[in-house]
Design a protein around this ligand. Structure first.
Ligand code: HMG
Ligand code: MG
Length: 284
């Protein structure tokens, strides 16, 4: 049996948060119910952020209430502040995520806060989650390039990843938010981050804007990363990152990893079925 690589499905959140059309809760629920059968351990399905900032995620509590939960799957939600944390708990999210940026420009655009202010908002979330053993994931955005500030120094990414890990995030997902990374810049960034956070606690979150996400996954695999975020159908983008095309497509990542001999535990047929659903949602 090949070595295991874990895929974290983010389509219902990172994918759908960026669609222009208002997608009914029932359609989101149907997509997630399909994904639940594919074998994922974790699916990001919701985001408890301000609906004024991201109207597409306004129905997140209804989505979590409507899905058919499959035993082993953890259904995850983004929480930018304590208000989001409380809402995620009420909606019975199985895990949550805080999201910081490695660049000040994106932090301001995405959270209306400096990096330092955003970390201060996350501290009480991590403190509260620790008391109830709720797993918290951490994101770092713009790990190679920022749409506002240009190239991101690898040391800055290492600093923010280290901060989130030290505060209690069980895993830190490194986001090439605008898909400008290359195998070279991804490798430089990872070499710096690996110095501060164990590589087994890192995930790659690559957007495919320039068609390089799979090459970037290969660069990360070579440096020991074994967890990747992706979205069925290549859904996605980020409302506060102009030019951020879709996340790398889950079906492409699974097929690629299988060709390389890795084990994903996923049923590619069901993943492809979910991808068709996702693409139909986008087209409507
Ligand atoms: P703000 O305007 O600075 O803060 O927003 P505020 O406290 O003045 O709140 C504004 C309004 O939102 C108020 O309502 C609050 O009550 C309300 P009003 O009084 O005007 O009626 N509010 C909330 N409502 C619902 N849920 C909440 C919440 N908090 C406040 N949790 C804030 C600050 C953080 C709220 C805002 O900037 C925000 O929601 N940002 C989220 C942006 C976002 O979701 N971006 C996409 C996700 S990040 C991403 O995609 C990157 C990632 O994929 C990795 C990668 O690719 O790099 C993770
Ligand atoms: Mg993203």
């Amino acid at each position: 049996m090949g070595e295991r690589v874990d895929i974290f499905e983010v389509g219902p959140r990172d994918g759908l948060q960026n669609e222009q059309r208002e997608i009914p809760v029932a359609e989101k629920v149907a997509l997630i119910d399909c994904l639940s059968k594919a074998g994922f351990n974790r699916i990001e399905v919701a985001s408890f952020v301000s609906p004024k900032w991201v109207p597409q995620m306004a129905g997140s509590a209804d989505v979590l209430a409507g899905i058919q939960r499959v035993g082993k799957v953890r259904y995850a939600a983004l929480t930018p502040n304590m208000r989001g944390y409380e809402d995620a708990l009420s909606a019975k999210a199985d895990e949550i995520a805080v999201f910081a940026s490695a660049s000040e420009g994106f932090s301001k655009a995405n959270l209306n806060a400096t990096i330092a202010e955003s970390i201060e908002r996350f501290k009480p979330i991590l403190e509260a989650a620790r008391h109830i053993d709720l797993p918290v994931r951490g994101y770092v955005s713009c790990v190679t390039d920022c749409p506002y500030d240009g190239p991101t120094p690898p040391e800055k990414v290492a600093e923010i990843a280290d901060t989130l890990f030290a505060l209690g995030c069980y895993e830190v997902s490194l986001g090439d938010t605008i898909g400008q990374g290359t195998p070279d810049t991804i490798a430089h960034m990872l070499l710096a981050v690996r110095e501060t956070v164990p590589v087994t606690r890192l995930a790659g979150h690559f957007h495919d804007t320039n068609g390089r996400a799979i090459d970037n996954i290969d660069a990360a695999l070579a440096l020991g990363v074994r967890t990747f975020d992706s979205a069925v159908g290549g859904l996605g983008g980020c409302p506060y990152a102009p030019g951020a095309a879709g996340n790398v497509a889950t079906e492409a990542v699974v097929a690629h990893l299988e060709r390389l001999g890795y084990e994903t535990g996923l049923d590619l047929g069901i993943v492809e079925q979910a991808a068709q659903m996702a693409l139909a949602m986008r087209a409507e």
